[in-house]
Design a protein around this ligand. Structure first.
Ligand code: 5GP
Length: 176
């Protein structure tokens, strides 16, 4: 089957929304320093673009997790593939994610990172699929709520492809 990507959120809309999120975060963290944590690999494009719009001092770290679910759904059991390089104790931590789907990954991550005694812990996601939620997650900053569809672009992949698309698209399959 051949696949085709239909634009769901254009490059201009994504860029505009990220700039607004950056301004909001800068206001709300005024006088503080933010420690951004990027969840690899999907969160990378979003975190870099968001960081450019944050005006308070910030540091960054990266972690990589793998879910025990299948390709399109997660099970709630999460394995840390790469842990953070730096301690988060006493820091104002902002987790930056590509998408919250079932919520299982972030539920686990927020619990795990919360136990490492950050001064504060918040979540910023580019995309949110609230209709798919299984685990409770408190998301303070969300770019777009989207319907239940498998999306790619802006860091999100299908079989490791399409991460570099500057927009959010839906993968559609056609008979050859
Ligand atoms: P969760 O179900 O735990 O909230 O989502 C875990 C991960 O599944 C996300 O960080 C993302 O990597 C992946 N995921 C969920 N929905 C989609 C989607 O629509 N497209 C892509 N490419 N990945 C998704």
């Amino acid at each position: 089957m051949k696949e085709h990507v239909r634009v769901l959120i254009s490059e201009e809309e994504v860029d505009r929304r990220i700039a607004i999120l950056g301004e909001q975060i800068s206001r709300e963290y005024s006088g503080k320093q933010i420690h951004l944590i990027c969840v690899l690999k999907g969160g990378v494009f979003f975190m870099c673009e968001l960081a450019k719009h944050i005006t308070v001092p910030l540091t960054m770290d990266f972690m990589s997790v793998s879910s025990y679910g299948d390709a399109t759904s997660s099970s709630g059991r999460v394995r840390i593939v790469k842990d953070l390089d730096h301690t988060i104790e006493g820091k104002d931590v902002l987790i930056v994610e590509d998408i919250v789907d079932s919520g299982n990954t972030l539920h686990y991550l927020a619990d795990m990172l919360g136990s490492r005694k950050p001064a504060s812990l918040r979540i910023c996601t580019l995309l949110d699929k609230p209709s798919r939620r299984e685990a409770e997650v408190e998301v303070q900053y969300s770019g777009f709520e989207i319907p239940d569809a498998f999306v790619v672009g802006y860091g999100l992949d299908y079989k490791q492809l399409y991460r570099n698309l500057p927009y959010i698209g839906v993968v559609e399959f056609e008979e050859e």
